[in-house]
Design a binder for this molecule. Structure first.
Ligand code: GCO
Ligand code: MG
Length: 406
């Protein structure tokens, strides 16, 4: 079975998504997500200009061989652009193989290890009352685990707080260009404020509700250690990206000082980014997305490695992972033994029309459905009606103007 066509589809039904669609000589199609938020077109070029010519004519069944030849054959290894492109090929090939077998992908990955996939959703509010409303809204939608992000007194716009338009930083426009929104940051103010937020949430919603928090790479290891310790009374499910973890050694310091569980990895794209973190059991959850880690094949290997160190999965699943990437994640979640939790914020109705999917969400849990493959169909016409829009992630500056991690 040969690959005879490979199309890269860019669509923006509210935000940009990049999708690879492979077609075999038997007319079977497979989809893979290649969306790299804010740098989308670099992956489009990587696929169109450098990968598609290599794929045409190759055996669609040889997933591992194709993966290895794209990874090793480029000579220039790793990095988000390369690994997002390889991920799209890997997932599209798994989609095809599962369709040929007439089975949902999770069956090819070993079958279901659980009945359904537990998720967490995002609550946010510029103030505590707004945050409480957001938590209540999620509970009404059925979520049973909730990530808590709030504004910080004195700061105009902070990561994760976009419920209230008035508080969100907007991108600026200059000539024909769209420039990133600039948010502001003060680590001291944040560290003083956050424990009181969790105290308020615990008082309002009780001790049982699993709560998560994302520090979004903004702290040094010693600051992260202090935050983890100060949050211990509130029994977090996890503290995420407490410090930029390119410096894996820094996590030793954090780990020595706090028993708050730690989750890291959404910006990582190979197992090598995790060697110290997993090998020394310095974290509790690995957070990579199927889309940015080279696909289902390497992510499954990462989870097997993590399992040896009692570390669980927590696949990255914000709005900028397309329903194609989300579907692949849910199949993997259902199949692996050391599943932890799946991030899920859902997509707009329009996005769900462009990418019609078999996976379902109810009662705070996802299920991939029983459609053969990953269970996603792309509506090419609707996708084309919503072309690419230039967009950037926000940037971040300290109060004296210094650039800080966003
Ligand atoms: C998360 C992430 C996202 C990222 C986003 C960047 O935990 O879901 O931190 O919100 O910021 O994916 O594109
Ligand atoms: Mg995150």
């Amino acid at each position: 079975m040969k690959i005879v066509d490979a199309k890269v589809v860019v669509t923006s039904p509210g935000r940009n998504f990049v999708t690879l669609q492979l077609t075999t000589d038997e007319g079977i199609t497979g989809l893979g997500d290649a969306t790299l938020n804010g740098r989308e077109l670099s992956v489009v070029s990587y696929l169109q200009d450098h990968v598609v010519p290599l794929l045409l004519g190759t055996d669609a069944h040889r997933i591992e061989d194709t993966w290895q030849s794209l990874y090793r054959g480029a000579y220039w290894r790793r990095g988000p652009v390369t690994m997002a492109a390889i991920a799209a090929v890997d997932v599209a090939l798994w989609d095809i193989k599962a369709k040929v077998a007439g089975l949902p992908l999770y069956q090819l990955l070993g079958g279901a290890s659980r009945d359904r996939v537990r998720t967490y959703g995002h609550a946010n509010g510029a103030s505590i009352p707004e945050l409480f409303d957001s938590v209540r809204a999620l509970l009404e939608q059925g979520y049973q685990s909730i990530r808590i992000q709030t504004g910080v007194p004195g700061l105009k716009a902070v990561y994760g707080v976009h419920a209230s338009g008035a508080h969100a930083a907007n991108p600026t426009r200059l000539d024909q260009r769209v420039l990133p929104a600039v948010e502001d940051w003060d680590t001291g103010a944040y560290l003083r404020h956050i424990p009181s937020v969790f105290e308020a949430v615990r008082n309002e919603f009780g001790p049982d509700l699993p709560l998560l928090h994302d520090a979004h790479h903004r702290l040094t290891p010693i600051q992260a250690a202090r935050l983890g310790r100060s949050l211990e009374p509130y029994d977090l499910f996890w503290l995420e990206d407490c410090t930029p973890a390119e410096n894996q050694d820094g996590l030793r310091l954090v780990r020595e000082h706090t028993t708050t569980p730690l989750a890291i990895g959404e910006v990582f794209n190979t197992v090598f980014d995790y060697q110290t973190l997993v090998g020394e059991q310095l974290i509790d959850y690995v957070r990579s997305a199927v889309t940015h880690f080279g696909g289902v094949s390497p992510l499954r290997k990462l989870f097997d490695y993590a399992a040896q160190h009692q570390i669980k999965s927590a696949i990255h699943g914000p709005e900028d992972i397309s329903p194609v990437g989300m579907a692949a994640a849910i199949h993997l979640d259902l199949a692996i033994h050391n599943f932890g939790i799946q991030e899920y914020s859902g997509h707009t109705d329009l996005t769900n029309e462009v990418f019609r999917h078999a996976y379902t969400f109810s009662d705070g849990h996802l299920h991939p459905g029983e459609a053969p493959g990953i269970g996603v169909e792309l509506d090419a016409e609707l996708a084309a009606a919503h072309p690419y829009q230039q967009a950037y992630l926000p940037t971040n500056r300290l109060q004296d103007g210094t650039v800080h991690d966003w």
